[in-house]
Ligand binder design. Structure first.
Ligand SMILES: [Zn+2]
Length: 341
């Protein structure tokens, strides 16, 4: 299971459970529906196998199978089955305010009444509600003022279950309560912030790991290859331009010398005449070739007087094999590409 859609959504390590879900479904089904809804709201595909769903929501395989069948029969979700995973979608999106439910709450174990155990679905719902309200940036007091009754109204949960859940969460050291002084005031609930920070740290670490492991989509791979190709082209263009600029400068410097310029013109003229003489089998060919040789020597001497040689007038490429084009004559890529150097 390493579908790109799943990887992106899981990076955050939580899903969004709309308040509208509470009371509408049994807790397991509600969480499952919320999970799919969370993906759909963000325009992602929920691609999962049974094992993944069971793992994320801490439900048994039989519960997962039953939950999915019920949700499908009720027309709440649709699914497309593949070999290794199934793609789920909501028939009707559930929008509005939501609670933020951390996936790890389904996995972690806490010591409650001397027993190490995972949290129940109700405890997770109560904790998630407190977590969402208390960590909200608008909440300056970083506390939740309310009663079991108000929580039970929001979560559509029996007040006794809320009280029991709150007690367990406090015993687990996840939630603290300052009791109301009088009957008219509300209790003040705060979170164990060290645990919240730990959740954040785990989330960031997970996100980094997922980022590293995330298989690139075909499109991303093509885009990356194009980027790499463009970078390679720029690298060689820079090398060639540098070599050619030096040669151009040298040539300009040589041609600023009047005698060199005239000698160059003479050489072209002599070479032309020699070529014609060769083509027509003229008798004076040896003399013309001798003249070409003499003028060439003169040019060389003039250059040397300027502190240059003929190779200085040609671009001096870094790589003799590919002349800084990046490609060998047979079309293969040259091995001289070292962008970091
Ligand atoms: Zn090369």
């Amino acid at each position: 299971m390493n579908e790109a859609g799943e990887v992106r959504a899981m990076q955050d390590g939580y899903f969004k459970k709309p308040y509208a879900i509470h009371g509408r479904y049994a807790r397991s089904r509600g969480s499952f529906i919320a999970l799919i809804n969370s993906y759909d709201v963000e325009g992602k595909d929920c691609k999962m196998g049974y094992q993944k769903i069971c793992e994320l929501l801490n439900i048994s395989r039989s519960t997962a199978v039953r939950t999915i069948k019920q949700a499908e029969a009720a027309g709440e979700i649709s699914r497309v089955r593949n070999k290794t995973y199934t793609e789920y979608h909501m028939k009707d999106l559930i929008s509005g305010e939501f609670e933020r439910v951390e996936f790890c709450l389904y996995r972690l174990e806490f010591e409650i009444d001397g027993i190490k155990r995972k949290l129940t679905k109700s405890e997770i719902d109560v904790y998630s509600e407190l977590y969402t309200k208390i960590t909200d940036k608008q909440n300056k007091a970083k506390a939740y003022f309310g009663s079991a009754k108000s929580l039970s109204a929001i979560l559509k949960m029996c007040p006794n279950t809320v009280i029991k859940s709150l007690r367990s969460l406090m015993k687990a050291g996840l939630v603290y309560r300052q009791k109301a002084l009088s009957g008219h005031e509300k209790s003040r609930y705060t979170l164990n912030m060290e645990f919240v920070r730990q959740l954040e740290r785990n989330r960031r670490r997970k996100a980094r790991e997922k980022e590293k492991d995330a298989p690139k989509s075909e499109r991303e791979q093509i885009a990356a290859a194009l980027d790499e190709r463009a970078e390679r082209d720029r690298y060689y263009a820079r090398l060639r331009a540098a070599a050619e600029r030096i040669a151009d400068d040298n040539r300009r410097r040589a041609f600023r010398d009047t005698e060199y310029k005239i000698t160059d013109g003479k050489l072209s003229d002599a070479e032309r005449r020699a070529a014609r003489a060769e083509a027509f089998g003229a008798e004076n060919l040896p003399e013309l070739l001798a003249e070409v040789k003499r003028i060439k020597a003169r040019k060389k001497a003039l250059l040397s007087g300027m502190g240059m040689s003929e190779v200085d007038l040609q671009p001096r490429y870094h790589c003799k094999k590919c002349s800084d084009t990046g490609f060998l004559p047979d079309g293969r890529a040259c091995d001289c590409y070292h962008p970091k150097r």
